[in-house]
Design a protein. Structure first.
Length: 220
């Protein structure tokens, strides 16, 4: 019982810190919002350690990937971000022209090395794992034990989308983060169905890679 109370308290503290850090996005000169991911990763492992979560119930399992992929609907949902990413790029280009593509590249160029393939792949993997452990494994996974699942999915997706806000045309920015928000909801569904953020990470990475391949192949 004591462990459960400690886990709940730590979950609330970690979630609150993530929300506060992400909220600093409203200050144009602030650049600390990205640290919310590191906070989420840290609290994921802290909460699992304090609650003594068995490996079979952990939100991060490598040894059950094959089993988790076979759970109802998991594989189908895991492929959805590939299509949603393509649709977002195509529709964004139709509505805003090259301005949308430039915006996406602008907000990602500081963390992705587009001219170095091997390094870019490593960055996709690390970014995907980091965001999924923090947002799905910790924020969504742990808070959904305390609050209704749908609320946790929406709030975690708002945080995820807000973390991707970058300066630009207000219409382009809204369209961009709306697509990120929808993808985040999809990752939440994947995590909810699989119970494993390794699966949502694989979907996340596959979706990002597919989107950028399409972007550079047809819109640059």
């Amino acid at each position: 019982m004591k462990n459960n109370k400690k886990s709940a308290a730590l979950t609330m503290i970690g979630a609150a810190i993530m929300i506060l850090l992400t909220a600093t996005k409203i200050v144009p000169s602030s650049n600390i919002a990205g640290y919310s991911v590191f906070v989420g990763i840290a609290f994921f492992f802290i909460v699992e350690a304090v609650s003594k979560t068995p490996n079979a119930e952990s939100g991060l399992r490598f040894n059950t990937i094959a089993e988790d992929m076979k759970k109802p609907g998991v594989t189908a949902w895991a492929l959805v971000p590939c299509f949603s990413g393509i649709v977002t790029i195509v529709v964004g280009n139709l509505i805003f022209g090259g301005e949308f593509v430039d915006h996406v590249l602008g907000r990602t160029s500081s963390i992705l090395s587009f001219g170095k393939t091997i390094l870019l792949i490593i960055q996709f993997i690390l970014a995907g794992f980091g965001e999924e452990i923090a947002l799905r494994g910790f924020f969504f996974g742990k808070t959904s034990k305390l609050f209704p699942t749908w609320i946790c999915a929406v709030v975690s997706s708002i945080i995820f989308a807000a973390g991707h806000i970058a300066p630009g045309n207000i219409g382009v920015v809204i369209f961009d983060i709306s697509g990120v928000f929808i993808d985040s909801l999809i990752y939440s569904v994947i995590y909810h169905k699989s119970g494993n953020c390794v699966i949502s990470t694989l979907s996340h990475i596959l979706g990002n890679v597919t989107s950028f391949i399409v972007l550079f192949s047809f819109f640059r």
